[in-house]
Structures are given as structure tokens and as C-alpha cells.
Design a protein around this ligand. Structure first.
Ligand code: ADP
Ligand code: ADP
Length: 227
């Protein structure tokens, strides 16, 4: 089975009202383990809606989300939440780190919520920080880190519970071009190391070209290629 399989997803807002918008109008996407797919879309096209549905943060009006061959609509909320926490990692454009906790603690907390011991969670957090080259910054709070460092902490947090699927919503979109490039390289190294399936939304066609393939969101559907 593929890691992620989306079939004929449809999603709109304000159905039947004058301000009705049809955002997703038949989305099909299959992502295999180890495959990194670039999602290219102009602002407002529905990229966040699509990623939130794929990441079980939102539900489609119709259509199927399957993770590792399992239809998510067949599960109750408790089981879906467990899959979201265990199997899916999410990275936002603005990292959403907890400001009052250190880099390390931001990566430890989701593991504790998932039943890990404190020692195991700290070991794993340090290992992840080391992989992206910022272990020396482990005890710093987000405000004391650069934008690129904060985003690397956010990658580590997304990978804290060893997900099979990584979803990223313009993870380098708020960084300057040089930092964006370095942070993207760190992200790809982590993804390649872990053999994750990943969908990474970006406006940057150079970054898209460095992924395995690209899909473009046009009029509520996906078409192959970045441009
Ligand atoms: P993108 O991430 O590509 O910028 P979004 O998925 O955030 O796009 O939004 C796609 C469209 O759906 C936009 O027109 C947006 O205004 C609309 N939209 C998103 N969320 C809602 C909502 N909760 N209620 C009404 N319209 C929404
Ligand atoms: P739980 O209650 O299981 O911890 P939450 O529903 O609070 O899970 O969400 C888990 C993560 O997803 C949190 O980081 C939260 O900020 C984020 N999240 C939840 N809903 C949305 C949403 N609609 N859009 C973006 N992020 C969301």
C-alpha cells in the first residue's frame, strides 16, 4: 500500500450561500514511502485545505483519505487522533513552537504526550537536533534562535514521534533565500534518512525541482509538474 492515498477529495465552504467557494474539486494523489512530492499552488488555491485534510486536521465533504491503505473515514475520532499523532508529522510556515519551552523541550513534549519516557524522549530529541546541526542550541528558547534554527527545530518536532508521513506547508516560506536553501537541504537530509513519504508545499520552483516530483493545484484539481 502507498503511505498516502487521496481519492476524489472535494471540499468547499459556505455551501448554498452567495459566498460559497469550491476549493477542492476532485483531488487524487498517491505518495509512496520514501517519495517526496512538491505541492505548488498560488495563494488561495486550497493548499492548506488539502494539507489539513491529508493530515487529519480537517475532513473532506466527500472522497477518501487512506493512510497505509486504511480508510480514515472508517475510524472513530479517537483512532484518527492516534494516527494523526503517531503517523503524521506537520510543519507550518510559521513554526508554531511553544515560546516558553526550550528547543529540546519542544521536541520532547509530543513524545511524552505519546507515552515515551522522559529519558528516551530527550535522547531522541538530541539526536534529531544533532542531525540538523543545531544540538548546541538545545537549551535555547525559540526567541533566542534564528528563523532558520527555529524552522529546523520545527522539523525535529514534526519527526519526534517517528511519523510515516510528513506534511509541510511552505516550511521555508518566511526565510531569506540563502537560509531557505540551507534549511531545505537539512529537511531533505532528514527525510531521506528516515524514508518518509512527504508532501511539501512551496512557491519556490527551484526547491520543487529538487523533490522527486511536483504536482500543481489548479482549479481545485492536481496536475503533474511544477509549471
Ligand atoms: P491556500 O493555502 O492555498 O492559500 P486555503 O486552503 O487556505 O488556500 O484556502 C482556499 C480557499 O478557501 C480560499 O479562498 C479561502 O478564503 C477559503 N477558505 C479557507 N478556509 C475557509 C473557511 N474556514 N471558511 C470559508 N472559506 C475558507
Ligand atoms: P490534540 O488535541 O490531539 O493534541 P489538536 O487538535 O490540538 O490535537 O491539534 C494537533 C496539532 O495540530 C496542534 O499543533 C494544533 O495546533 C494543530 N492544529 C489543529 N487543528 C488545526 C487546524 N485546523 N489548522 C492548523 N493546525 C491545526
Amino acid at each position: 500500500d502507498p503511505i498516502l492515498n487521496l481519492r476524489d477529495l472535494r471540499k468547499g465552504y459556505n455551501a448554498g450561500k452567495p459566498n460559497e467557494v469550491r476549493v477542492l474539486q476532485g483531488i487524487d494523489l498517491t505518495v509512496q514511502a520514501g517519495e517526496v512530492v512538491a505541492l505548488v499552488a498560488p495563494s488561495g488555491a486550497g493548499k492548506s485545505t488539502l494539507l489539513h485534510i491529508a493530515g487529519l486536521l480537517d475532513t473532506p465533504d466527500t472522497g477518501t483519505v487512506a493512510i497505509r491503505g486504511q480508510d480514515m473515514s472508517a475510524l472513530n475520532d479517537r483512532k484518527r487522533t492516534a494516527i494523526r499523532r503517531n503517523d503524521v508529522g506537520f510543519i507550518y510556515q510559521f513554526h508554531h513552537l511553544l515560546p516558553e519551552f526550550s528547543a529540546l523541550e519542544n521536541i520532547v513534549l509530543p513524545q511524552l504526550a505519546n507515552g515515551a519516557t522522559d529519558a528516551a524522549a530527550r535522547d531522541r530529541a538530541m539526536h534529531l537536533l544533532d542531525t540538523v546541526g543545531i544540538a548546541p542550541r538545545a537549551t535555547h528558547r525559540p526567541a533566542a534562535l534564528s528563523g532558520g534554527e527555529q524552522q529546523r527545530v520545527a522539523f525535529c518536532r514534526a519527526l519526534a514521534n517517528d511519523p510515516v508521513l510528513l506534511l509541510a506547508d511552505e516550511p521555508t516560506g518566511n526565510l531569506d533565500p540563502v537560509t531557505s536553501d540551507r534549511v531545505f537541504a537539512a529537511l531533505m537530509a532528514l527525510v531521506r534518512q528516515t524514508g518518509l513519504a512527504a508532501v511539501i508545499a512551496t512557491h519556490n520552483l527551484d526547491l520543487a525541482a529538487r523533490m522527486d516530483r511536483a504536482v500543481r493545484l489548479v482549479d481545485g484539481r492536481l496536475v503533474d509538474g511544477a509549471a
